[in-house]
Write a protein that binds this ligand. Structure first.
Ligand code: XIL
Length: 399
């Protein structure tokens, strides 16, 4: 399946360099270098979506709407590589519900139509979060009104796309140990005004609004082997157990997986956590994978190796868990990523760089999919997707 680039004369140099730098970085002898550490130029035939589908996974990305409408190369790449999409911002409260009586569905409608036209699934993100709230809401909310406001919002937004979504991030980032509560819940506007039951209410309302979507709790900071992440994993687990015990309709956990090159140790704590999540009967999605490499020297080669190592090490643990069904990166190219800042204009923490060239992140993802043990797993329905032809553009409308 992996496509080799016969013209790449840098191959042997890069392979040797890879092994040497890995050795320098890890302090131990690198395992046999893999030919696939050489960047490839992917096509529809060697796409991440096909490699993922071979191993019972969906692959996709968060989508920024402006480039989806205006940048043909960005759009082409998404069609070529992805079997699932999630809007980066356009379904968040501030964008989709900018005034009390006004919903703005234009961008979200465009994304969902684009995905359907191209046989790509969509995750909704998100219904209840402490961020991206419009001022009209934060300035007018009261304990009397909060439950109604949250309920109506979920009914309107999830209801509009009912039966068309793969899943919804119903509640996002509700655990925040720094707030000092015994249950670990974030002291958010929702908690302050509704109480801790807001989470249960949100899931129940979402199930009624869209019975077909997989309802997901989405969280960050659960990845590495630090005490901080372990404590957060325990708090999330406690919350998930509470929801399941009370028969709340929740189907999946979303691991945001905003990794960094500085704290990149993934192992037993994460593995145990995923097993416990599976034992609760929940599916698992990696929802926002990217690697922050801003602390590294500017050299792209050095960054690529550290980023690829973080992705490989992380996915080695995560993909060994059979109930992981999807991996989405938080952007497909660093051209439009939140990782790209004026101080750090050329980050390497996504599958394609600012010039749409594949990075070693791409190889790490593809190889991690390929390495997944699939014994005993039934084929994923994404396998039956019709492979996309590159660039079947039409004038006007949704591409
Ligand atoms: C981020 C977007 O990428 C930015 O464009 C926006 O300005 C802020 O939100 N966790 C989440 C995402 O669940 O919604 C966030 O997205 C990144 C962190």
């Amino acid at each position: 399946m992996p496509v080799q680039d016969p013209n790449d004369s840098r191959r042997s140099f890069l392979v040797g360099a890879t092994a040497l730098v890995m050795q320098a970085m890890t302090g131990c002898k690198a395992s046999a270098p893999r030919h696939s550490m050489v960047p490839v130029h992917p096509s529809a035939d060697s796409s991440l979506r096909l490699h993922a589908a071979e191993h019972r996974l969906l692959y996709g990305t968060a989508v920024a709407m402006h480039p989806l409408r205006t940048d043909a190369e960005y759009t082409r790449l998404i069609k070529e590589q992805c079997s699932i999409l999630v809007p980066e911002n356009c379904m968040k409260w501030a964008e989709i519900h900018p005034k009390p009586e006004q919903y703005n569905f234009e961008e979200a409608d465009y994304l969902v139509a684009f995905a359907e036209k191209n046989h790509i699934k969509v995750r909704g993100h998100n219904l209840v979060w402490h961020k991206s709230l419009p001022v009209w809401l934060t300035s007018s909310i009261s304990p009397e009104m909060a439950r109604t406001m949250m309920t109506e919002h979920i009914q309107e937004v999830a209801g509009r796309y009912s039966n068309r979504m793969h899943s919804w991030d119903v509640v996002n980032e509700a655990i925040h140990l720094e707030d000092g509560r015994a249950d670990g819940y974030r002291d958010s506007l929702w908690l302050k005004n509704i109480g801790p039951d807001y989470i249960e209410i949100a899931f129940q309302v979402a199930r009624d609004a869209d019975p077909a979507a997989l309802l997901t709790y989405n969280e960050y900071g659960l990845d590495n082997e630090s005490n901080e992440h372990e404590a957060k994993r325990q708090a999330v687990l406690q919350m998930l157990r509470r929801l399941k015990t009370r028969n709340i309709p929740i189907d999946a956990l979303g691991l945001q997986a905003h990794l960094s090159t500085t704290h990149a140790t993934y192992g037993e704590g994460l593995r145990r956590f995923l097993t416990s999540v599976r034992e609760l009967g929940l599916q698992i999605f990696v929802t926002e994978l990217d690697v922050n490499d801003e602390k590294m020297p500017a050299d792209p080669g050095q960054r690529d190796l550290a980023v690829a190592k973080a992705v490989t090490d992380y996915l080695k643990v995560v993909l060994s868990e059979r109930d992981v069904r999807a991996v989405l990166t938080w952007g497909i190219s660093t051209r439009y990523s939140w990782l790209r800042t004026p101080q750090d204009p050329n980050p390497r923490g996504l599958p394609f760089d600012t010039q749409y060239q594949p990075t070693l992140f791409f190889n790490a993802l593809r190889d991690s999919f390929d390495d997944r043990a699939t014994q005993g797993l039934e084929p994923h329905s994404a396998r039956t997707f019709v492979p996309l032809l590159p660039s079947t553009r039409e004038k006007g409308g949704v591409e």
